[in-house]
Ligand binder design. Structure first.
Ligand code: GDP
Ligand code: MG
Length: 441
């Protein structure tokens, strides 16, 4: 029975690799999904090309189609692209008072986001925050921030009519220093389009306060426009991050991918509504799912992969309990070890294997050795793997040569397999399978 089972498994891994055609067909759909999600054409094209190389030749998980598998690969690549080294939710606000400059076009959501962020800093990080509006063009804008401040219990800089933005910024800095605030947030004026006067004004403010963070607030529904705005602001002002607003709308959020791909700037937060707590830390997983719009497929593939891993473990446990441990088992173990990082750590977790773990350590058993051992097993026939006891001199020579190793190396491997098989037999008799199973989890 075990022979038949391992046969099935072999067949699966062999025929289940993604062909170039599978990948191409699936990626055509993915490209459409990306464009529909408002990812810019060059970014979508570049991305699909990258994934194509990555995906071809990869194994297909049983019970999913190649197309589904490609979708999962694309999803993972999206998450990868959207994930930066920084922690998006953590603003650099040391050395109080830390200036945070909020920039962007008019109507993008700057004022709202300034207040949302202030609330978050206050409630989640216990910061003392001062907000100031530099929007001298629309009197209502200053009132808007004051009203929001009162609503969330965050101080705003008193309004002095007739002051220029740079002077308000200086006043905010002064007040923040004297008042012992941790952070002061400057909500700048926006225009409907990028213009020189606006940029100059923001540059002047930047030079006066030297912000620790300069956050660009853009409407996530505006797609390509948002990306152009980000590029322009980054060139002129230098931004440290992006907040995408209106992500509660129907848009699929493709701007996030374009933004990251084109500017390389991290997306820090997303706005999910008009209310003061409708602001969340940017989560690559969530946006990736939304951009692709194929969440069902992604979770299907994940589930299939989990099921197979669980089945494999089950099957191995059954064999171990019976005291069976051939080269196929050893290979699986070795591969598992490579994945999980280090043989010693795993063996020392397994009951009865502490001694072997020590031997392994003494033998200088590292990843390279494990790879060589897998190569040796790969160069055995199916029959030899299932019954390693049939190996005599000529077979041994052939196998070692096939893996580019010495017969003495193969003998070491065989010894190891025998030892493990003995341990399994003993444990099977002791009925400790349960413990082993636990240790392997
Ligand atoms: P500003 O001109 O950049 O300061 O933009 P505002 O902060 O005044 O926002 C303009 C409008 O967009 C207001 O009506 C906000 O309530 C709304 N808004 C801001 N952020 C979001 C968001 O994430 N979702 C939704 N649905 N509306 C938002
Ligand atoms: Mg405003």
């Amino acid at each position: 029975l075990s022979e038949r089972l391992s046969g099935v498994f072999d067949r699966l891994t062999k025929q289940g690799a993604l062909s170039e055609d599978d990948v191409k067909t699936a990626l055509r759909e993915v490209r459409v999904a990306l464009l529909e999600a408002d990812v810019s054409l060059p970014v979508a094209r570049e991305f699909v090309k990258k994934v194509q190389d990555q995906a071809t030749g990869q194994a297909v998980t049983r019970s999913v189609t190649p197309g589904q598998q490609v979708v999962k690969i694309v999803h993972d690549a999206l998450v990868d692209t959207l994930t930066g080294e920084e922690d998006p939710g953590k603003l650099k606000i040391d050395n109080p008072p830390a200036p945070v400059l909020m920039v962007g076009l008019q109507g993008g959501g700057k004022t709202t986001t300034t207040a949302k962020l202030a609330k978050r800093l206050k409630e989640k990080e216990g910061k003392r925050v001062l907000m100031a509006s530099l929007d001298v063009y629309r009197p209502a804008a200053m009132d808007q921030l004051a009203v929001l401040g009162a609503q969330i219990g965050v101080d705003t800089l008193p309004i002095v009519p007739g002051q220029k933005p740079v002077d308000i910024a200086k006043r905010a800095k002064q007040q923040a220093t004297m008042g012992g605030y941790d952070v002061y947030m400057l909500d700048t004026a926006g225009r409907l389009q990028i213009d020189e006067v606006l940029m100059q004004e923001v540059e002047d403010v930047r030079d006066v306060v030297k912000p620790r963070e300069t956050l660009l607030v853009v409407d996530g529904l505006t797609g390509q426009v948002a990306v152009e705005v980000a590029e322009e602001f980054d060139r002129k002002i230098g931004i440290s991050g992006v907040v995408l607003t209106r992500m509660d709308g129907d848009g699929r959020g493709g701007a996030a991918l374009s933004m990251r791909a084109v500017t390389g700037k991290p997306i820090r937060f997303v706005g999910l509504g008009e209310k003061m707590d409708a602001l969340e830390t940017f989560e690559p997983e969530r946006i990736a799912g939304r951009i692709l719009g194929m969440g069902d497929i992604v979770s299907l593939v994940e589930k299939a992969q989990e099921t197979i891993e669980a089945e494999q473990a089950e099957r191995m446990m059954r064999r171990f309990k019976k005291g069976q441990f051939n080269m196929n088992d050893l290979k699986m173990q070795l591969e598992q070890m490579m994945k999980m990082g280090g043989m010693e750590s795993i063996m020392s977790m397994m009951p009865g294997m502490g001694k072997m773990a020590k031997q392994v350590q003494e033998a200088g058993f590292d990843d390279k050795v494990i790879r060589q051992q897998v190569a040796l097993i790969n160069s055995m026939t199916k029959k030899e793997r299932a019954n390693p006891q049939i190996l005599q001199a000529s077979r041994k020579k052939r196998i070692a040569a096939g893996a580019g190793m010495e017969v003495s190396d193969l003998n070491k491997l065989l010894k190891m397999q025998r030892q493990m098989s003995d341990v399994m037999k003993k444990m099977g008799k002791m009925g400790k399978g349960g413990m082993l199973k636990q240790a392997m989890r």
